[in-house]
Design a protein around this ligand. Structure first.
Ligand SMILES: O=C(O)CC1=CCC(=O)O1
Length: 263
């Protein structure tokens, strides 16, 4: 049973504008895409989504999988009458975007995968994080997580940004965060990468301690024809740390995705 998701649709009045779906990281809400929404909504219908148990979305007790989270997104898009869409996902959102590109090729027009992985390290680390959060709430992991989201230099220069991002993590429901850790623990999309056939952009942050550039690069190496970009200086959440540059690479990708194939 899909969860009821909180979301926001932004864009021109015209229903002909191409749809871009934005999916964020573990412990985030859709405001992590605010800059990109403002930019892309000039000529796209942008659907920014909170994952289940995150932001304003329904909290569903128990574990879930990446396929469950993708099912939530598809159910929302069905309810909005959206058939084909571009999808951009960061980290957890990137795993969901990979799943959608593999399993819904007729609906996914292009995919942008930011600071994400086809497998996020050892499952035991995610089980430990889920247990820490189930025991002590999101507060128990918030400092460590926010330290990976932006570079140390930026954190030192902009303490208010750190405070705001930390509040976002702490506001995520305990059950929603832990369930998403369970989903990451079970996620391994490596064997399916070669099945992604839509235009694909893969983006890494040069100082990302969570999904290091070589981990992100594995996706680009596995997806036929994928474009790979490294942002610098950037940690795990460049949508916030270097928003204009992320807008630029997403726009270039979407323009390429709309262009007819060269003969
Ligand atoms: O929270 C982290 O350590 C980084 C991360 C992995 C998956 C995700 O969405 O964030």
């Amino acid at each position: 049973m899909p969860a009821t998701l909180s979301y926001e649709v932004s864009g021109p009045e015209s229903t002909a504008a191409p749809v871009v779906v934005l999916l964020g990281s573990l412990g985030s809400n859709r405001s992590m895409w605010d800059h990109q929404v403002r930019d892309l909504a000039r000529d796209h219908t942008v659907v920014a989504i909170d994952h289940r148990g995150h932001g304003g979305s329904e909290v569903v007790p128990g574990s879930c999988t990446i396929a469950d989270l993708a099912g939530d997104v598809l159910a929302l898009l069905d309810s909005l009458g959206v058939d084909r869409f571009h999808v951009a996902g960061l980290s957890l959102g990137g795993a969901i975007a990979q799943w959608l590109a593999v399993h819904e090729p007729a609906r996914v027009r292009s995919v942008a995968l930011l600071c994400t992985a086809a497998k996020f390290g050892e499952p035991s680390a995610w089980a430990e994080r889920a247990a820490a959060v189930r025991g002590g709430g999101t507060e128990a992991v918030a400092d460590a997580v926010v330290a990976r989201w932006i570079t140390p230099a930026r954190a030192e220069a902009d303490p208010d940004l750190v405070t705001g991002l930390r509040e976002m993590i702490v506001a995520t429901s305990t059950e929603g965060y832990a369930a998403a850790c369970d989903a990451l623990s079970g996620w391994d999309g490596r064997a399916d990468l070669r099945r992604i056939s839509c235009p694909t952009l893969v983006v890494a942050g040069d100082e990302d301690p969570s999904t290091a550039p070589e981990v992100v690069r594995e996706i680009a190496d596995g997806v036929p024809g994928a474009h790979f970009v490294t942002l610098s200086p950037a940690a795990h959440v460049p949508t916030v740390e270097m928003p204009e540059r992320v807008c630029e690479v997403l726009r270039t990708h979407l323009t390429r995705a709309h262009a007819p194939d060269p003969a």
